[in-house]
Design a protein around this ligand. Structure first.
Ligand code: FAD
Length: 410
């Protein structure tokens, strides 16, 4: 049997963990990861936190560990943009015309920022945050900025707001919804996070839509809004979400639509091509879903990599995310039901709290603040569908791990 030739496109966690797991599964395979970025793949979460605060650089956080991908026996082709997938020849084509033959391919091209027409990427003093280059450029301007406006009170916008406030920059957040983090937080938790920002001087304008932006002769940007009039800022960060970068897959004729559609084994509509991470839509409990978080990218990348190397595994996930803002370590785990049947709040010491959303006797979703250890337990409770007693759940004196011991059939 000829040895496998596995090619991976994309140097985020999905691509890197696909490469590492493919190597573990098949020690003889030739494995190549192609990334358009100029460096060893790095973690994105620090970009809106430690990197902006000047406490770390992307080079401090290589996804593949200190020895990089080479340490795992994976060939990294960086600074290399893939422009086409020739499915007939089984080759990936790059911008410089090089062709990489594959026996199995993993697409892990992630997402790209959602741009606002009024504030295009590249306009003076306008920033988006996705890559190290974006973070370095923003950190440089933050050093001299006096007033930062952040468009969007979602996770990344609020992390940038918190970092800038810690650097002593005046910050205004413009949020169209009636509360921040509405997609992931219950009202009370939203209010607590909002309050933390207020205490650090961040001015969050809710129910406020951006209607236009104009560069002014003094080098600032005038942001016109519906409810808050004109806001003058010398720096703007747009945190308006991300869209799956499925262009390569779509051009190759793979099934796409708001992401690359894969089955439960991470296979695309071409059985030799797998996909994972931010870029995919995969079967969730209630139909196809997208997930944009680090843990999903890692876990799904691992399954895609193993399957590209001959395994036949299903990907099952408990969605989760984390965010750091000031002294709040916010974590979500599970899938928020459209209408929770019951909410239970567990208040610990200081700022520690968890808000549970129940569906019948089971936890569907939990949102924790400064409750890392408990959230790890909650993840297991959700994964194993263990029934819980709401009164005990609300009692901080009752260890959550007890539910794991006293397992009741679901
Ligand atoms: C600033 C920031 C902070 C974040 N913080 C958190 C956090 O605190 N917690 C959390 O859970 N998640 C966080 N996330 C989200 C998390 O980082 C993403 O969900 C994760 O990176 C997705 O991984 P991925 O491998 O699917 O895609 P990506 O990380 O987007 O990687 C895709 C890679 O593919 C490359 N690529 C795309 N097209 C091509 C091509 N044609 N040829 C070659 N290369 C290509 C891209 O350049 C990129 O390097 C954050 C994201 C950002 C941007």
């Amino acid at each position: 049997m000829t040895s496998r030739n596995i090619v991976i496109i994309g140097g985020g966690p999905a691509g890197v963990f696909a490469a590492i797991e493919a190597r573990r599964r098949d020690p003889l395979a030739a494995i190549t990861l192609i990334s358009e970025e100029p460096c060893e793949p790095y973690e994105r979460p620090p970009l809106s936190k430690a990197v902006l605060l000047g406490r770390a650089s992307a080079a401090d956080a290589p996804i593949a560990g200190p020895k990089g991908l080479a340490g795992h026996g994976v060939t990294l082709e960086c600074d290399t943009r893939c422009t086409a997938i020739d499915r007939t020849a089984h080759e990936v084509v790059t911008a410089s015309g090089r062709r990489f033959p594959y026996t199995a391919l993993v697409i892990a091209t992630g997402s790209v920022v959602r741009q606002l027409p009024a504030l295009p990427l590249g306009a003076p003093h306008v920033h988006y945050l996705r890559t190290e280059a974006h973070a370095v450029a923003l950190a440089r301007e933050l050093k001299t900025a006096r007033h930062l406006a952040v468009i969007g009170g979602g996770l990344i916008g609020l992390e940038v707001a918190a970092s800038a406030a810690e650097l002593g920059v005046k910050v205004t957040v413009i949020e169209i919804a009636p509360r921040i983090l509405a997609r992931v937080c219950d009202e009370d938790t939203s209010a607590r996070v909002h309050d933390a920002h207020r205490r650090h001087g961040v001015d969050i304008r809710l129910d406020t839509a951006l209607t236009g932006a104009q560069a002014t002769p003094d080098g600032r940007i005038a942001l016109t809004t519906g409810a808050s009039g004109t806001i003058m800022a010398d720096l703007v960060v747009v945190g308006a979400g991300a869209i799956p970068d499925d262009r390569l897959a779509a051009a190759a004729g793979l099934r796409t639509g708001n992401g690359i559609v894969v089955d439960s084994h991470c296979a695309t509509s071409d059985p030799n091509i797998f996909a994972a991470g931010d870029v995919v839509r995969f079967p969730g409990p209630h139909g196809l879903v997208r997930q944009e978080d680090w843990r999903h990218a890692q876990d799904q990348g691992m399954v895609a990599g193993r399957n590209a190397a001959g395994a036949n595994e299903e990907y099952r996930s408990v969605p989760s995310f984390w965010s750091e803002q000031f002294d709040l370590y916010i974590q979500g785990v599970g899938s928020p039901p459209a209408k929770p049947e019951r909410r239970v709040r567990r208040e610990g010491a200081g700022t520690t709290q968890i808000c549970f959303e129940l569906s019948g006797p089971h936890i569907a979703y939990a949102l924790g603040i400064n409750a890392q250890r408990d959230i790890a337990t909650v993840r297991r409770l959700i994964d194993r569908r263990i029934a819980v007693d709401p009164a005990a759940l609300a009692d901080p004196a009752k260890p959550l791990a007890d539910f794991l011991k006293a397992r009741t059939p679901s």
